[in-house]
Structure formats: C-alpha cells, structure tokens
Design a protein. Sequence first.
Length: 96
Amino acid sequence: MKGRFHDHHVSIRELAELLRVSTDTIRRAYRRGDLPAIRVKTALRFDLEEVHRVMQSRADAYRSARRCAASGARRPHREAQPPLSQTGAQFLGNES
C-alpha cells in the first residue's frame, strides 16, 4: 500500500521537477486553488492523475476561449448605419 501511494502522489519538489517549474510556482498554484493536493501531516502531496486532469481541463477551456475570440464570437454586432450624404450629414429617413 505504501509503494502504491508513493507512485501516484508526489511532493512539491517532485511535481516542480516533472512540470519544469519552480517550487514557488507550485505553492502559489496550490494556494490559489489551481492544483489539488492532500496534506500528509505537514507535507503536501499531489496526485499526478488529478493534477493532469485539472491542467487538461484548464487548457481545454483556454483553447476554447481563444477559438471564440479568434472567430469574433464575443464581439457585439454593429447595427447598419444610415447612409451619409456628400456633406457628411446623416439622413434619418423620410420625415414629412
């Protein structure tokens, strides 16, 4: 049981090495709630599968938001402007 626990749960240092970031980055992400962890006495342990799942879902959400922005989906539609005369005055319609 002890070996199985260690296979899936890693320390801050081990996770930082796997992700190629600093240990401070891992701590900040944990404090913000971006990375799930469990406490074992005073140490934090990260489940690799859970970290992978969270990171994948955040990446998918980021890509989805980028696709929407690139397609112009978030831009408000402009109403058609009335035609301009040669003087630049706008015609508002037939008003008699």
